[in-house]
Design a protein around this ligand. Structure first.
Ligand code: ZN
Length: 161
């Protein structure tokens, strides 16, 4: 018998047995803590939260689902208080939610100075334990990977003219 065989009859959650695939598009989700949903869901969505369930974050830009549970419950962008970076290409959407770096702010800095030190600045705050990704960022985890990719894309776009 595998360790997952009696999962359905067990009330104890077994995170290792849940593959965390988005029920909408099958994307591999990222684990997200309850505190992230509690912080970012709008009241009517929060009223539907199941605190006994594990939730995942769907990072796919083409999928409407932001959060999904083991049981197949889903929350979409409209259920969150903030626009979700992965789901919304608007210039004003934050990449770094804690320290307020939008795509536009990153582009403006690159335009003005020719280079961006945004990654270093965020890392300084992270090291000083000032970041609160678990309550600010819809993905519930550090933004630096996203910031690096936005800086790279913006540098390339500016180089193309
Ligand atoms: Zn999805």
């Amino acid at each position: 018998m595998g360790e997952c065989s009696n999962l359905s009859s067990s009330t104890k959650r077994n995170e290792a047995c849940w593959q965390r695939l988005c029920p909408q598009d099958g994307t591999q989700g990222k684990p997200v803590q309850l505190i992230t949903l509690k912080s970012l869901l709008v009241p009517v969505a929060l009223e539907q939260l199941n605190p006994a369930s594990a939730y995942g974050f769907c990072p796919s830009p083409n999928c409407l689902v932001v959060y999904f549970s083991e049981q197949g419950q889903t929350f979409a962008s409209a259920d969150l208080k903030v626009p979700v970076f992965q789901k919304n290409v608007d210039e004003n959407v934050f990449v770094c939610y804690c320290f307020g770096w939008s795509r536009q702010r990153i582009r403006e800095e690159l335009n003005q100075s020719g280079k961006s030190n945004v990654v270093d600045r965020i890392m300084t705050h992270v090291k000083a334990k000032r970041c609160g990704c678990e309550v600010n960022n819809p993905q519930g985890s550090c933004c630096l990977e996203n910031v690096r990719s936005v800086v790279k894309q913006t540098v390339e776009a500016l180089a193309r003219g």
